[in-house]
Design a protein around this ligand. Structure first.
Ligand code: ZN
Length: 416
């Protein structure tokens, strides 16, 4: 029995060895002998010629019309218009923006690229059978740029024809918001110096990045701010950010009525104290909390219309009246953070036009909000181990600002 079993095993292994060595060889032969599946192209069939068109979008031409103008079949043009819907709103196609299309001589579109703006391109490409659409961001390089300006009438005017000057004006106002109230204190002769990052594409300006250093000479006083770990500090490492915002509006145009104990009320016609600051601002402008605190009142209060009152530290409160509406969720007892949106400028209650009636009290007594806001205590200074790092970052920027100041004849203002 044992011998038979052994011999049978030997025969089986032999057979198995033959199978695994011979069968693959046979398959290889088979594969080699199979003729190619795709027949070679007939000699008369020439490669389709690609045509490239570069142009700009014409006035009142839709995307479909533009494609059809360049002999892309209507069906394909419509298919493409449908395809890009999820990535780009075709109604935003802008007159004068450049595009580039590649098509074959039979009209088949291979590629279509349209420059949406300075930062993005719409790309449509034929991938095997179907078209694909996507919006691609351009590769941007950054460079440092220096801007200097003198204010004659307004910050806006001083920035002249700089591209995206509204960004610079807003950023600058935010950097120094605890030092200077840009809505009331900027005056002719004030000076601005900025070291700002610029994003460029093919050498052309696209947008501004962060402001690395800023200098403002306001009424003969010089303020400097340096960006360090996402915050602005002065040269000594003191945070520019105070505990109070300089105003409850992000970028306020002006104070229309100051704090006074006697004033003619515009609606009631009687003489009344105006224990508040009125900020003229368009209806719908965001109103923010000037400091951290706790909401003590949010809702309708007679002549004040929609009103929010906040209790802060040091016995201070702030009140925001005539709001078009209060931000949902803002209610008495809720903690609130500085710069948090509490409502929008309106003219509810007794108000002749949209404005923010802004009140503050100290230990229960009304106080003039403008100087009170200015007193916001600064955040703790830079200390210990990061001091050296701060010096390394700030020193070159400071040297650069010194250099600009030295070469500026107008800066006598700063040393007055
Ligand atoms: Zn008022």
């Amino acid at each position: 029995m044992g011998v038979y079993k052994c011999r049978a095993g030997l025969i089986w292994s032999l057979l198995f060895a033959i199978i695994i060595t011979v069968v693959p060889k046979y398959w290889e032969l088979r594969i080699e002998s199979i003729p190619p599946l795709i027949p070679p192209p007939p000699a008369i069939n020439t490669v389709p010629k690609t045509e490239i068109v570069e142009d700009t979008i014409q006035k009142n031409r839709t995307l479909v019309a533009t494609l059809v103008d360049y002999e892309v079949p209507v069906a394909i043009a419509n298919e493409i218009a449908d395809l890009i819907k999820p990535v780009f709103d075709v109604r935003k196609l802008r007159f004068g923006n450049p595009f580039r299309l590649e098509k074959e001589s039979d009209g088949t579109l291979k590629k279509f690229e349209y420059k949406i703006d300075d930062e993005s391109v719409l790309k449509i490409q034929k991938a095997s059978d179907a078209y694909e659409a996507k919006v691609e961001k351009l590769d941007l390089e950054t460079r440092e740029s220096t801007i200097t300006a003198e204010i004659h009438s307004s910050l806006w005017e001083a920035l002249g024809d700089l591209p995206k000057r509204e960004y610079l004006a807003t950023e600058l106002a935010q950097i120094f918001q605890w030092q200077v109230d840009f809505s009331t204190e900027i005056q002719p002769g004030d000076q601005i110096r900025l070291m700002v990052e610029e994003a460029v594409h093919d050498g052309n300006f696209v947008k501004y990045g962060k402001i690395h250093a800023a200098e403002l000479v306001n009424a003969g006083r010089r303020y400097r701010g340096f960006l360090f770990k996402d915050s602005y500090y002065d040269e000594k490492g003191v945070s520019l950010k105070g505990a109070m915002l300089a105003s409850p509006l992000k970028f306020t145009p002006r104070v229309s009525s100051g704090f006074t104990s006697r004033r003619m009320h515009p609606i009631l016609g009687t003489e009344r104290a105006h224990l508040a600051t009125d900020y003229a601002a368009p209806a719908g402008s965001p109103v923010v909390a000037v400091a951290n605190g706790v909401v003590t009142f949010a809702g309708w209060d007679g002549g004040y219309g929609n009103l929010v009152r906040i209790r802060h530290s040091s016995g201070l409160t702030s009140g925001y009246a005539h709001l078009s509406h209060v931000t949902p969720g803002i209610r008495a007892g809720r903690a609130i953070k500085q710069s948090e949106l509490i409502g929008l400028v309106g003219q509810t209650g007794l108000a002749t036009g949209p404005h923010l009636h802004f009140m503050m009290t100290k230990n229960g007594t009304p106080i003039n909000p403008v100087p009170a806001l200015k007193k916001g205590a600064p955040a703790p200074p830079i200390e210990g181990r990061i001091k050296a790092e701060f010096a390394d970052v700030v020193a070159p920027m400071q040297a650069k600002l010194d250099e600009i100041d030295a070469s500026s004849p107008a800066l006598t203002v700063a040393h007055r």
